[in-house]
Design a protein around this ligand. Structure first.
Ligand code: AQP
Length: 331
């Protein structure tokens, strides 16, 4: 039986947070034996917000090294940079001609980012979901593992696939999102009603995967909670504590109920210290591996070159099919 295809990506728009890790990367590793997995560094997407070129390049290597350190295996999965495969931009043009501005203007991420970057509301920011649709549809992906924040964008991907298939003939697979039950939306440590983001201007709001242990502990100690002094899961009334309980549960493998029992009658100080330590312990070996990998740029470049070759082969095949259906001359 043919294996199903899975596609996902993270933008090198900052160092991935523990939100990106539990919402996406952590789950990617386990899918590698069951699916044909394609994992990308979404560097084209980062241009929707202003980037410093040297920093973007360094962060792209850092993200690739983190992918590998977390357990993504280039022998099993295709790992590549989006900008190395020109078909992503080409398919975006085609899909743009089938997308309506109103559909994009109502996207939560577009509204949030427009408010944050009022001086740079560019066409790319609005077009982000169409580029994302191209990423997924080019490879005929059946499943897309994502955090809850990307669900809306995946809906547009599905709409575009259906629209194209109806206008021409069945071409694209209509993909399904895979959203984890736990950790689909890790919240900011400073405002637990907002999702944790790697580009948040307040560094205390997020834990980067490469933060030093002492910074991780300090950030958790400063995390916003409440004056209740009771470690209980209650998202509505205790969003800060509930977020910390979720993180603790994911990083220790304990259930939320077990964690609640463990901290019954104990203060927030002790609880926050334990959450910090649990995260430090999981991230420590990943960072050691990442540091070693970063010293071997030749190897990282080889992973990208191999990934580009494999991804481009698939992407070119799909784009040729699309161009043929549209009525372009085939040479
Ligand atoms: N807080 C989060 N909790 C769970 N999952 C999350 N993801 C992002 N934040 C959380 C998931 O991580 C994957 C990669 O995200 P991305 O880099 O492509 O873009 P994003 O969703 O915009 O992530 P950030 O961290 O908020 O980046 P910036 O600050 O640059 O916008 C996606 O699957 C996402 O759902």
């Amino acid at each position: 039986m043919e294996r199903k295809v899975m596609f996902s990506a993270v933008q090198p728009s900052g160092i991935p947070t523990i939100g990106n890790y539990v919402g996406a990367i952590k789950n990617w590793v386990q899918f590698q034996d069951e699916y044909d997995c394609i994992y990308s560094l979404a560097d084209l997407h980062t241009l929707t917000v202003k980037q410093v070129p040297a920093e973007l390049r360094a962060r792209s290597y850092e993200l690739l090294a983190l992918y590998l350190a977390c357990g993504l295996d280039p022998e099993k999965s295709i790992i590549f940079a989006q900008s190395h495969v020109p078909q992503h931009a080409e398919l975006t043009w085609v899909l743009n001609t089938m997308t309506y501005p109103g559909e994009l203007a109502r996207m939560t991420q577009f509204k949030d980012k427009s408010a944050h970057h009022a001086e740079n509301i560019n066409m790319g920011l609005m077009d982000y979901p169409v580029l994302m649709a191209s990423d997924i549809l080019l490879y005929g992906a059946h499943y897309v593992p994502i955090g809850a924040d990307q669900k809306q964008h995946l809906e547009i991907t599905r709409d575009l696939a259906i629209r194209f298939n109806n206008r021409y003939s069945p071409t694209f697979v209509v993909p399904e999102p895979l959203i984890p039950k736990m950790g689909a939306r890790v919240m900011s440590l400073q405002d637990p009603t907002k999702k944790m983001s790697k580009s948040d201007e307040n560094v205390n709001a997020f834990i980067s995967m490469t933060d030093k242990p002492e910074d991780i502990i300090r950030k958790f100690k400063r995390a916003v909670t409440d004056s209740d002094m009771c470690v209980k899961y209650d998202v509505e009334n205790k969003p800060g504590v509930s977020n910390l309980l979720t993180i603790y549960s994911i990083f220790t493998g304990k259930t939320v109920e077990e964690a609640e029992r463990e901290f019954e009658g104990k203060g927030y100080g002790e609880f926050k210290q334990a959450v910090g330590e649990a995260v430090v312990e999981v991230l420590r070996p990943i960072n050691e591996k990442k540091e070693a990998l970063l010293k071997d740029k030749a190897y990282l470049n080889k992973v990208l070159a191999d990934g580009k070759q494999k991804a481009e082969y698939l992407a070119r095949k799909m784009l040729n099919k699309v161009y043929k259906k549209i009525g372009f001359i085939q040479l």
